[in-house]
Design a protein around this ligand. Structure first.
Ligand code: ADP
Length: 398
C-alpha cells in the first residue's frame, strides 16, 4: 500500500493537484500531478506521471458545470480507481490568505475554516475557491488531515514598518496593510538555498518570482523582511495583465472624471494592464520577446526597468545584497529578461556569466568576479506544501 499526500491548488476555474508518496519524517516524493480546467464551462481533466508522461485524460461536454466540489469528486474517483492501493493520508491546500493570525500552516478545523472564510473580503477572487475543496473533503472524508498553507504566511515575520501603509493608523489597525503573497514559493526557495549557496542563505538575498503573477522578496538570513505585493496581488511589479505599483491618484481621476466604477477599475487593473496593457498584444512574455512591435518592446522594457528598480529598493530595505534568485516561468526560462534586469544591478556589483545564463534549470549565473551571487532556482510550491503536510502527519502520529 502506498500512503499519499495530495496537494490542491484551487483557482477560479481550475483545480491543480499533485500526489506525493508519503514517508515518515522524510521528504515526500512526487508520484503524479494534474489539473481539471474549465470547471464551469468545458471541464478537462489531465494527469501526468512524475516524469511528465500523460496517464489520464477526460473531457466533459461544453456547458458542464463541474465546479470545485465536482472536481474534488473526479480527483478522488481517479485516485481510487486508477492508482492501485493508494491511501490518501493528508490533503495540503494552497490558501491565498491567512490574515494576521496564520503565519504558519495550520491543520483545518471548524474554527480555522471560520477564520479563513472571514478573510474572503481581502481576497474575494481566490479565498472562496481555495476553501471549497476543504469543505467538500471535510464532508466526504472527515477523518483525513487537511492542512492549509498560506501565500501570505512567509511575510508575517517582516518588521512592522515594512507591513504598513502611511494611511490613518486606525485603517492599519483594522487590517489594511501589506500582506504580501507568493509566500509558499519564497519559503521553498529559502528552504533550499542553504544547500545550494550557504553564504547566500545566511546573508541578504532578493528573490524574484516572475511568472504571470510577479513579485520580489527580500530575505535576510532566511526571514522575509520586505516584499513588493501589498494589500492585494495587484501591487508592486508589473505582471502579465496586472498593473503593479500605481499612483492612487489615477484611480480617483478615473472615478471622478471618467465615470469608471469599481468593477470597471478592477477589470482594468487585474485583466487589461501590465504587459498586455502596454503592448496591446499579449500578456505572454515569450510572445513579447519575439515581437518587433515598438509597444511590445516597451512592455518588456518597462517590466525589466521596474524589476531592476525594485532590486535596489529591496537591497536598501536589507542594508545590503549578497545574492539574487530568479524563479517561476519568466525567471526560470528567460535568459534575456534576467540579463536585462541584472544590467540594472551592475552598480551593486552584479556581473553576469553569459554562458551560464543561457543554460536551463538550477544554475549559478553570476561570473566569478561578481560581488553578488546570482542563481536560477526552479520553485516548487507543491513540494513545500507536501513537506508541511508530512510534518503535520508526523506530529499527529507521534
Ligand atoms: P503563473 O504565475 O501563472 O504560475 P508561470 O510561473 O507559469 O505563471 O509563468 C508564466 C510566464 O512565464 C508567462 O509570461 C510565460 O510567457 C513566461 N515564460 C515561460 N517560458 C518562457 C520562456 N522560455 N521565455 C520567456 N518567458 C517564458
Amino acid at each position: 500500500m502506498t500512503e499519499a499526500i495530495v496537494v490542491l491548488n484551487a483557482g477560479s476555474s481550475s483545480l491543480k493537484f499533485s500526489v506525493f508518496k508519503s514517508f515518515v519524517r522524510a521528504e515526500p516524493a512526487l508520484l503524479l500531478r494534474g489539473q481539471i480546467e474549465g470547471l464551469f464551462t468545458e471541464p478537462h481533466f489531465r494527469a501526468w506521471s512524475a516524469l511528465g508522461e500523460k496517464v489520464a485524460e477526460s473531457v466533459w461536454s461544453r456547458g458542464t458545470e463541474l465546479g470545485h466540489a465536482g472536481a474534488v469528486d473526479v480527483l478522488n474517483d481517479f485516485l481510487a480507481h486508477q492508482t492501485a492501493d493508494l491511501t490518501v493520508r493528508a490533503y495540503g491546500h494552497r490558501v491565498v490568505h491567512g490574515g494576521l493570525k496564520y503565519s504558519e500552516p495550520v491543520v483545518v478545523d471548524d474554527q480555522v475554516l471560520e477564520d479563513l472564510a472571514r478573510l474572503t473580503p481581502l481576497a474575494p477572487l481566490h479565498q472562496p475557491n481555495n476553501l471549497q475543496p476543504i469543505r467538500t473533503l471535510r464532508a466526504h472524508s472527515p477523518g483525513i488531515l487537511q492542512l492549509a498553507c498560506f501565500d501570505t504566511g512567509f511575510h508575517r515575520h517582516q518588521p512592522l514598518v515594512a507591513q504598513i501603509f502611511a494611511l490613518p493608523y486606525a485603517l492599519t489597525q483594522s487590517g489594511i496593510r501589506r500582506y504580501g503573497f507568493h509566500g509558499i514559493s519564497y519559503e521553498y526557495i529559502a528552504s533550499v538555498l542553504p544547500g545550494i549557496d550557504p553564504l547566500a542563505a545566511a546573508g541578504k538575498t532578493v528573490v524574484f518570482h516572475l511568472g504571470n503573477g510577479a513579485s520580489a522578496c527580500a530575505i535576510d538570513n532566511g526571514i522575509g523582511v520586505a516584499t513588493t505585493f501589498g494589500f492585494t496581488a495587484v501591487e508592486g511589479l508589473p505582471m502579465g495583465t496586472r498593473c503593479g505599483a500605481l499612483d492612487p491618484g489615477v484611480l480617483l481621476y478615473l472615478i471622478d472624471e471618467r465615470g469608471m466604477d469599481s468593477a470597471a477599475i478592477a477589470k482594468m487593473l487585474y485583466k487589461e494592464s501590465g504587459l498586455l496593457g502596454i503592448s496591446g498584444l499579449s500578456s505572454d512574455m515569450r510572445v513579447l520577446e519575439m515581437s518587433d512591435d515598438p509597444r511590445a518592446r516597451l512592455a518588456v522594457e518597462y517590466f525589466c526597468y521596474r524589476v531592476g528598480r525594485e532590486l535596489a529598493s529591496l537591497a536598501a530595505a536589507m542594508g545590503g545584497l549578497d545574492a539574487i534568485v530568479f524563479t517561476a516561468g519568466i525567471g526560470e526560462n528567460s535568459a534575456f529578461i534576467r540579463e536585462r534586469i541584472l544590467e540594472m544591478g551592475r552598480w551593486l556589483g552584479v556581473e553576469v556569466d553569459h554562458d551560464a545564463n543561457s543554460g536551463r534549470g538550477l544554475a549559478r549565473i553570476s561570473s566569478a568576479v561578481s560581488r553578488v551571487a546570482v542563481w536560477v532556482i526552479p520553485t516548487d510550491e507543491e513540494l513545500m506544501i507536501a513537506r508541511h503536510a508530512q510534518r503535520a502527519l508526523d506530529v499527529r502520529d507521534g
